[in-house]
Design a protein. Structure first.
Length: 314
């Protein structure tokens, strides 16, 4: 488990410390061989499981986030564009355009990323396959359905469903426009239901055809993307420091106050919910779930390694 520049074991004790030489701007992504990739300032850096730096690649602009494909190539979004880095640290290609979100990777290797003008699909060779305009900034990392549908949530408060070929499927207005620097990412449950938390404080459940199933007012803006547990429970965090556990029918199972804005959360295979709060603390909360749901996209970043790769199965 990774919290800031520290690698923690399950007891919460530091197992290693990453020798970060600048501000960490992105969530760490973990490769299957244990290498950790993290954006530090303007560079993407690789660290071994013991915390030692293996390499660093300066991209010339602040790093937003990274995804790790099935071939272990690292696809990095920076303010200046999208870059492909080999596991050795050699840069293979770069595509310059204004990005906003961490990339995600489809089962065929296509990279999807949110930009100022919509969502873009890039082939693993570095060629743009399509771009779909959504009328405003895409402020959250995309989510992928089992059939390849791409879901993005925009600054206008709209959830868009885009086919894997780049055509409009549907869109749903869920919230008023927001000027938030980032938005919660949508996630996808085992049955294909899409869950979205909004900056004005509502958790929505949307059918794959775009019809709303239910919505739950949470009393404060959602600041941490939802996580779907193995029993169908959806966990979500808010600006006022509350974690809500919502069952698959939209009923609230419990609500826990932590006292500081919830920044991120995930759930381990033992059912422990790990929560990072705005005061810099890492919280461990026992849940009813036995790990993440076996679902197309149960959390932002797809899995607990934050690989961003739909084919990752740990």
């Amino acid at each position: 488990m990774y919290a800031g520049s520290r690698v923690l074991n399950r007891s919460g004790a530091p197992a290693a410390t990453l020798a970060a030489n600048g501000p960490i701007r992105s969530t760490a992504a973990l490769a299957t061989d244990g290498t950790v990739y993290v954006g530090i300032g303007r560079s993407i850096q690789a660290f071994g499981a013991n915390g030692s730096q293996q390499w660093a690649v300066d991209l010339g602009a602040p790093v937003i986030g990274a995804a790790v494909g099935g071939d272990r190539w690292i696809y990095v979004a920076a303010d200046s564009g999208l870059y492909a880095i080999q596991p050795s640290g050699a840069q293979q290609w770069g595509l310059l355009f204004s990005l906003v979100t961490t990339p995600v990777i489809g089962v065929d290797g296509t990279i999807y990323v949110g930009a100022r003008d919509g969502v873009h699909a890039i082939g693993p060779e570095g060629r743009r396959r399509w771009a779909f305009p959504v009328g405003s900034d895409v402020m959250s990392s995309p989510a992928l359905a089992a059939d390849g549908t791409v879901y993005v949530f925009t600054a206008r408060g709209r959830l868009h469903a885009v086919t894997r070929s780049g055509s409009r499927q549907w869109e749903a207005a869920l919230a008023p426009p927001s000027n938030a620097a980032a938005m919660p990412s949508p996630v996808v449950g085992s049955d294909g239901t899409i869950y979205v938390g909004t900056p004005d404080g509502t958790l929505f459940a949307i059918e794959p055809d775009g019809d709303p199933t239910w919505n739950v007012p949470l009393g404060a803006g959602v600041t941490a993307s939802p996580v779907v547990g193995s029993d169908g429970t959806v966990y979500v965090g808010t600006r006022t420091g509350h974690i809500h556990a919502i069952d698959a029918r939209g009923g609230q199972r419990w609500n826990l106050a932590l006292g500081s804005e919830v920044r991120s959360l995930t759930i381990g295979p033992d059912g422990m919910l790990y929560v990072v709060s705005g005061d810099g603390n890492l919280h461990a909360v026992r849940s009813s779930s036995a790990g993440l749901a076996d679902a197309p996209w149960p959390k932002a970043g797809h899995d607990n390694a934050n690989s961003g790769y739909v084919g990752r199965r740990d």
